[in-house]
Design a protein. Structure first.
Length: 311
């Protein structure tokens, strides 16, 4: 049975200062799908365009070109206020910095209930409070936290509040933009486990953006690797770690530290050099399917080499 596509990103481009000498091609013609109920991980080094992709998908940025289709509707197409409000309810975002994304002057109850108020999801104050308390308990907090301010919480607790706020409007799709990078390592696993638990309970679909490949592997069903605005490899989490094909993916994986000191001392790490491809002027470079559900940005010549390496 074919999986149902929830999000389709088609030839998406996001250029800043377009046409000027300082033009930045933050997203340069990328295409990928996210299936209902899965977690699609997006990884790459800082500045590669991961966060810009997330913000363009949710329409915080207007796309320069291309399409984002959500549930069969063009995200960047013209919409009435009613349709826009419906879209904003179905797609939510968890931000990287849990403190900067929470208004320090608002109590937790009002922060979480903001979406509930906008979309009219509670009939009265009693129901509003009950929904907030339920959300707090869902993310591992309790009712007494409702009347506190963001500065009274730890980083991990603030991120839980951010997750509760995203869940308040009962979305189908959540973009998690580096949701654990600002947290202590001991707290990161708790937040990721919470996201996995909520996905199982509520049937959520995630776009999980991060630079920590080991954590992305743990939470993601499929992974897309970005390099300077382009997707260079897309496949299942298991396949990416078992058979990384693009040299940039291999360089990212070689940088992950291993818990064995002896292995760490002897293993080889390498840096990615784009000149290794040595493309001719007439070579067409695009995403090609090397094996079932394993796509790599490459030329026809490289495609044959990659296929040979898998045999």
């Amino acid at each position: 049975m074919a999986q149902e596509k929830l999000v389709e990103v088609k030839h998406l481009k996001q250029y800043f200062n377009e046409g000027k000498p300082n033009e930045v091609r933050a997203i340069d013609d990328i295409t990928f799908d996210i299936y209902k109920g899965e977690t699609f991980g997006l990884v790459g080094e800082s500045g590669c365009g991961k966060s810009t992709t997330g913000r363009t998908v949710i329409r915080l940025y207007d796309a320069t070109d291309g399409q984002v289709i959500f549930n069969g509707t063009d995200v960047h197409g013209k919409k009435s206020q009613k349709k826009l409000r419906e879209f904003n309810r179905k797609m939510q975002m968890i931000f990287q910095d849990p403190y900067a994304s929470l208004n320090p002057r608002m109590k937790v109850i009002d922060l979480i209930a903001e979406g509930i108020d906008i979309h009219g999801l509670a009939k009265n104050d009693k129901e509003r409070r009950a929904r907030v308390v339920e959300l707090l308990e869902t993310v591992g907090l309790n009712e007494e936290h409702a009347n506190r301010y963001p500065h009274e919480f730890s980083g991990g607790q603030r991120q839980r509040i951010g997750i509760a706020r995203a869940l308040a409007v009962e979305p189908e799709f959540i973009i998690a933009d580096e949701p654990i990078s600002a947290l202590d390592v001991s707290i990161q696993a708790q937040v990721v486990n919470l996201l996995k638990q909520l996905q199982a309970e509520k049937g959520l679909t995630y776009l999980f953006i991060a630079h920590d490949l080991s954590m992305v592997k743990y939470i993601s069903d499929r992974i897309g690797v970005m390099y300077f605005g382009k997707l260079v490899e897309v496949t299942t989490s298991e396949q990416l770690y078992k058979n990384p094909l693009h040299p940039y993916t291999q360089s990212l994986l070689s940088a992950i530290p291993l818990p064995d000191p002896e292995t760490e001392r002897t293993r080889t790490r390498f840096s990615y050099d784009p000149s290794v491809h040595n493309y001719a002027e007439d070579e067409e470079v695009k995403m090609r399917e090397v094996s079932p559900e394993h796509y790599v940005y490459c030329s026809e010549r490289e495609l044959k080499q990659y296929q040979q390496s898998l045999k």
